[in-house]
Design a protein around this ligand. Structure first.
Ligand SMILES: Cc1cc2nc3c(=O)[nH]c(=O)nc-3n(C[C@H](O)[C@H](O)[C@H](O)COP(=O)(O)O)c2cc1C
Length: 243
Protein backbone atom coordinates (compact mmCIF):
# COMPACT_ATOMS: atom_id res chain seq x y z
CA UNK A 1 0.00 0.00 0.00
CA UNK A 2 1.22 3.52 -0.63
CA UNK A 3 1.60 6.16 2.09
CA UNK A 4 -1.71 7.90 1.47
CA UNK A 5 -3.69 4.67 1.51
CA UNK A 6 -1.90 3.65 4.71
CA UNK A 7 -2.72 6.99 6.27
CA UNK A 8 -6.41 6.77 5.33
CA UNK A 9 -6.65 3.24 6.67
CA UNK A 10 -5.10 4.09 10.02
CA UNK A 11 -7.52 6.94 10.84
CA UNK A 12 -8.81 7.24 14.38
CA UNK A 13 -10.38 10.24 16.08
CA UNK A 14 -8.17 11.74 18.80
CA UNK A 15 -9.77 13.06 21.99
CA UNK A 16 -6.71 13.49 24.21
CA UNK A 17 -4.25 16.16 23.15
CA UNK A 18 -0.87 17.02 24.64
CA UNK A 19 0.57 20.52 25.17
CA UNK A 20 2.75 20.64 22.05
CA UNK A 21 1.76 23.56 19.83
CA UNK A 22 1.07 23.26 16.11
CA UNK A 23 3.53 25.48 14.20
CA UNK A 24 1.99 28.21 12.07
CA UNK A 25 3.33 26.75 8.82
CA UNK A 26 1.56 23.45 9.56
CA UNK A 27 -1.70 25.26 10.28
CA UNK A 28 -1.29 27.01 6.93
CA UNK A 29 -0.66 23.69 5.17
CA UNK A 30 -3.82 22.20 6.71
CA UNK A 31 -5.97 25.16 5.69
CA UNK A 32 -4.40 25.32 2.23
CA UNK A 33 -5.15 21.62 1.73
CA UNK A 34 -8.76 22.15 2.84
CA UNK A 35 -9.17 24.87 0.24
CA UNK A 36 -7.86 22.64 -2.57
CA UNK A 37 -10.82 20.26 -2.21
CA UNK A 38 -13.32 19.90 -5.04
CA UNK A 39 -16.07 22.49 -4.82
CA UNK A 40 -19.31 22.70 -6.80
CA UNK A 41 -18.91 25.18 -9.66
CA UNK A 42 -15.64 26.30 -8.03
CA UNK A 43 -17.86 28.56 -5.88
CA UNK A 44 -16.29 27.58 -2.55
CA UNK A 45 -19.66 27.99 -0.85
CA UNK A 46 -18.13 27.75 2.60
CA UNK A 47 -16.05 29.67 5.10
CA UNK A 48 -13.46 28.42 7.56
CA UNK A 49 -13.24 30.05 10.98
CA UNK A 50 -9.97 29.47 12.84
CA UNK A 51 -10.43 29.13 16.58
CA UNK A 52 -7.26 29.37 18.62
CA UNK A 53 -8.27 31.36 21.70
CA UNK A 54 -8.63 29.44 24.94
CA UNK A 55 -11.83 31.38 25.72
CA UNK A 56 -13.54 30.27 22.54
CA UNK A 57 -12.34 26.68 22.93
CA UNK A 58 -13.75 26.69 26.47
CA UNK A 59 -17.02 28.12 25.18
CA UNK A 60 -17.24 25.36 22.58
CA UNK A 61 -16.39 22.67 25.12
CA UNK A 62 -19.58 23.72 26.92
CA UNK A 63 -21.86 24.56 24.02
CA UNK A 64 -21.03 21.38 22.09
CA UNK A 65 -22.77 19.10 24.55
CA UNK A 66 -20.21 19.42 27.36
CA UNK A 67 -17.16 17.79 25.78
CA UNK A 68 -14.23 19.06 27.92
CA UNK A 69 -11.52 17.69 25.62
CA UNK A 70 -12.42 20.40 23.09
CA UNK A 71 -10.83 22.97 25.41
CA UNK A 72 -7.49 21.10 25.24
CA UNK A 73 -7.22 21.34 21.46
CA UNK A 74 -4.57 23.65 20.03
CA UNK A 75 -6.66 24.60 17.02
CA UNK A 76 -10.26 24.17 16.00
CA UNK A 77 -11.48 24.78 12.47
CA UNK A 78 -15.12 25.58 11.97
CA UNK A 79 -16.42 24.77 8.48
CA UNK A 80 -19.46 26.85 7.66
CA UNK A 81 -21.73 26.17 4.69
CA UNK A 82 -21.93 29.68 3.30
CA UNK A 83 -24.29 31.05 0.66
CA UNK A 84 -24.14 34.57 2.17
CA UNK A 85 -21.12 35.91 0.23
CA UNK A 86 -22.46 34.86 -3.19
CA UNK A 87 -25.91 36.16 -2.19
CA UNK A 88 -24.42 39.56 -1.32
CA UNK A 89 -22.52 39.52 -4.61
CA UNK A 90 -25.67 38.78 -6.63
CA UNK A 91 -27.54 41.48 -4.70
CA UNK A 92 -24.81 44.07 -5.25
CA UNK A 93 -24.74 43.30 -8.97
CA UNK A 94 -28.55 43.62 -9.12
CA UNK A 95 -29.10 40.12 -10.42
CA UNK A 96 -32.86 40.38 -9.88
CA UNK A 97 -33.18 43.23 -12.39
CA UNK A 98 -32.73 40.54 -15.04
CA UNK A 99 -33.59 37.36 -13.14
CA UNK A 100 -36.82 38.50 -11.57
CA UNK A 101 -37.38 35.27 -9.67
CA UNK A 102 -34.10 35.52 -7.69
CA UNK A 103 -35.08 35.62 -4.04
CA UNK A 104 -31.87 34.42 -2.43
CA UNK A 105 -30.25 31.03 -1.88
CA UNK A 106 -32.43 27.88 -1.95
CA UNK A 107 -32.12 24.64 0.00
CA UNK A 108 -30.22 23.16 -2.95
CA UNK A 109 -27.59 25.90 -2.47
CA UNK A 110 -27.37 24.99 1.20
CA UNK A 111 -26.84 21.33 0.40
CA UNK A 112 -24.10 22.17 -2.10
CA UNK A 113 -22.54 24.43 0.54
CA UNK A 114 -22.66 21.58 3.06
CA UNK A 115 -21.03 19.25 0.51
CA UNK A 116 -18.29 21.81 -0.22
CA UNK A 117 -17.70 22.45 3.47
CA UNK A 118 -17.46 18.74 4.33
CA UNK A 119 -15.05 18.04 1.47
CA UNK A 120 -12.83 20.88 2.67
CA UNK A 121 -13.14 19.61 6.25
CA UNK A 122 -12.09 16.08 5.37
CA UNK A 123 -9.14 17.41 3.37
CA UNK A 124 -8.09 19.28 6.53
CA UNK A 125 -8.37 16.05 8.56
CA UNK A 126 -6.22 14.12 6.08
CA UNK A 127 -3.63 16.91 5.90
CA UNK A 128 -3.46 17.15 9.70
CA UNK A 129 -3.12 13.38 10.11
CA UNK A 130 -0.34 13.32 7.49
CA UNK A 131 1.52 15.81 9.71
CA UNK A 132 1.04 13.65 12.81
CA UNK A 133 -1.69 15.91 14.21
CA UNK A 134 -4.78 14.31 15.75
CA UNK A 135 -8.30 15.42 14.86
CA UNK A 136 -11.87 14.93 15.97
CA UNK A 137 -15.09 16.10 14.33
CA UNK A 138 -17.61 17.71 16.65
CA UNK A 139 -21.13 17.36 15.23
CA UNK A 140 -22.68 19.18 18.18
CA UNK A 141 -21.67 22.46 16.55
CA UNK A 142 -25.02 22.21 14.71
CA UNK A 143 -26.79 22.60 18.07
CA UNK A 144 -27.53 25.81 19.96
CA UNK A 145 -28.43 27.89 16.88
CA UNK A 146 -28.76 31.19 18.75
CA UNK A 147 -25.59 30.78 20.80
CA UNK A 148 -23.30 29.75 17.94
CA UNK A 149 -24.74 32.36 15.57
CA UNK A 150 -23.89 34.99 18.12
CA UNK A 151 -20.51 33.52 19.16
CA UNK A 152 -19.21 33.52 15.58
CA UNK A 153 -21.21 36.48 14.27
CA UNK A 154 -22.74 34.28 11.57
CA UNK A 155 -25.03 36.08 9.10
CA UNK A 156 -28.09 34.61 7.40
CA UNK A 157 -27.50 31.85 4.84
CA UNK A 158 -24.59 30.40 6.81
CA UNK A 159 -24.65 27.20 8.78
CA UNK A 160 -21.81 25.71 10.85
CA UNK A 161 -21.64 22.10 9.70
CA UNK A 162 -18.35 20.73 10.98
CA UNK A 163 -16.06 21.64 13.81
CA UNK A 164 -12.71 19.87 13.77
CA UNK A 165 -10.54 20.05 16.88
CA UNK A 166 -6.84 19.38 16.39
CA UNK A 167 -3.71 18.86 18.41
CA UNK A 168 -0.74 16.60 18.96
CA UNK A 169 -1.23 13.48 21.06
CA UNK A 170 0.83 10.94 22.99
CA UNK A 171 -1.14 7.77 22.32
CA UNK A 172 -3.29 6.74 19.42
CA UNK A 173 -6.44 4.74 20.22
CA UNK A 174 -7.07 1.44 18.43
CA UNK A 175 -8.81 1.88 15.11
CA UNK A 176 -12.56 1.30 15.35
CA UNK A 177 -14.19 -1.43 13.31
CA UNK A 178 -16.47 -0.48 10.45
CA UNK A 179 -19.44 -2.40 9.04
CA UNK A 180 -18.38 -5.03 6.53
CA UNK A 181 -18.15 -3.83 2.94
CA UNK A 182 -21.05 -6.10 1.93
CA UNK A 183 -23.47 -3.86 3.89
CA UNK A 184 -22.12 -0.61 2.53
CA UNK A 185 -20.93 -1.12 -1.05
CA UNK A 186 -23.38 -2.36 -3.69
CA UNK A 187 -22.84 -3.37 -7.30
CA UNK A 188 -24.60 -1.13 -9.80
CA UNK A 189 -27.95 -0.85 -7.96
CA UNK A 190 -29.27 -0.69 -4.42
CA UNK A 191 -30.22 -4.20 -3.23
CA UNK A 192 -33.41 -5.43 -1.56
CA UNK A 193 -32.84 -5.01 2.15
CA UNK A 194 -34.58 -7.98 3.74
CA UNK A 195 -34.67 -9.13 7.37
CA UNK A 196 -31.61 -11.33 6.88
CA UNK A 197 -29.60 -8.40 5.58
CA UNK A 198 -30.43 -6.33 8.69
CA UNK A 199 -29.88 -9.28 11.05
CA UNK A 200 -26.48 -9.96 9.52
CA UNK A 201 -25.47 -6.30 9.39
CA UNK A 202 -25.98 -5.88 13.12
CA UNK A 203 -24.94 -9.39 14.19
CA UNK A 204 -21.52 -8.33 15.50
CA UNK A 205 -22.97 -5.66 17.80
CA UNK A 206 -25.89 -7.86 18.87
CA UNK A 207 -23.57 -10.75 19.68
CA UNK A 208 -22.07 -8.45 22.31
CA UNK A 209 -25.41 -7.03 23.50
CA UNK A 210 -28.77 -8.31 22.29
CA UNK A 211 -30.40 -4.98 23.27
CA UNK A 212 -27.99 -3.01 21.09
CA UNK A 213 -30.76 -1.32 19.06
CA UNK A 214 -32.69 -0.01 22.06
CA UNK A 215 -29.57 1.06 23.93
CA UNK A 216 -28.10 2.80 20.88
CA UNK A 217 -31.37 4.63 20.24
CA UNK A 218 -31.58 5.71 23.87
CA UNK A 219 -27.94 6.87 23.95
CA UNK A 220 -27.97 8.77 20.66
CA UNK A 221 -31.27 9.49 18.95
CA UNK A 222 -33.37 9.86 22.09
CA UNK A 223 -30.73 11.85 23.97
CA UNK A 224 -31.23 15.54 24.85
CA UNK A 225 -28.33 16.61 22.58
CA UNK A 226 -30.04 14.99 19.59
CA UNK A 227 -33.34 16.72 20.31
CA UNK A 228 -31.45 20.01 20.56
CA UNK A 229 -29.79 19.27 17.21
CA UNK A 230 -33.20 18.72 15.60
CA UNK A 231 -34.48 22.04 16.99
CA UNK A 232 -31.37 23.95 15.96
CA UNK A 233 -31.11 22.52 12.43
CA UNK A 234 -34.77 23.39 11.78
CA UNK A 235 -33.94 27.02 12.60
CA UNK A 236 -31.03 26.99 10.14
CA UNK A 237 -33.19 25.39 7.44
CA UNK A 238 -35.87 28.05 7.93
CA UNK A 239 -33.43 30.71 6.72
CA UNK A 240 -33.31 29.03 3.34
CA UNK A 241 -36.95 27.92 3.27
CA UNK A 242 -38.68 31.11 4.43
CA UNK A 243 -39.02 33.21 1.31
C1 LIG B 1 -20.24 14.37 11.55
C2 LIG B 1 -19.46 13.82 12.72
C3 LIG B 1 -19.73 14.28 13.99
C4 LIG B 1 -18.98 13.81 15.08
N1 LIG B 1 -19.19 14.35 16.31
C5 LIG B 1 -18.42 13.96 17.35
C6 LIG B 1 -18.53 14.57 18.62
O1 LIG B 1 -19.32 15.51 18.82
N2 LIG B 1 -17.73 14.15 19.62
C7 LIG B 1 -16.82 13.15 19.44
O2 LIG B 1 -16.11 12.82 20.40
N3 LIG B 1 -16.69 12.52 18.24
C8 LIG B 1 -17.45 12.92 17.20
N4 LIG B 1 -17.28 12.34 15.96
C9 LIG B 1 -16.29 11.28 15.78
C10 LIG B 1 -16.97 9.93 15.67
O3 LIG B 1 -17.45 9.54 16.93
C11 LIG B 1 -15.95 8.92 15.12
O4 LIG B 1 -15.54 9.30 13.83
C12 LIG B 1 -16.55 7.49 15.06
O5 LIG B 1 -16.87 7.03 16.33
C13 LIG B 1 -15.58 6.52 14.40
O6 LIG B 1 -14.36 6.52 15.12
P1 LIG B 1 -12.98 6.88 14.41
O7 LIG B 1 -13.10 8.26 13.81
O8 LIG B 1 -11.96 6.86 15.53
O9 LIG B 1 -12.73 5.83 13.39
C14 LIG B 1 -18.00 12.80 14.88
C15 LIG B 1 -17.76 12.34 13.58
C16 LIG B 1 -18.46 12.85 12.51
C17 LIG B 1 -18.13 12.36 11.13
Amino acid sequence: MNETINLLNSHTSIRKFNDKRIPQNQKDLIIGSAMRGATAGNMMAYSIIKIESKDNLLNLAQSCDEQPFIANADLALLFVADNYKWHKYFEQRNINEIFLDYKGPCVSDLILGIEDAMIAAQNAVIAAESLGIGTCYIGDIMENYEYHKNLFNLPSYTMPVALIVMGYYDTKPQIRDRFDKSYIVFDEVYPNINDDFINNMFSVEESKDEDFAKKFYARKINAPFFKEMIRSIKLYLNEWLEK
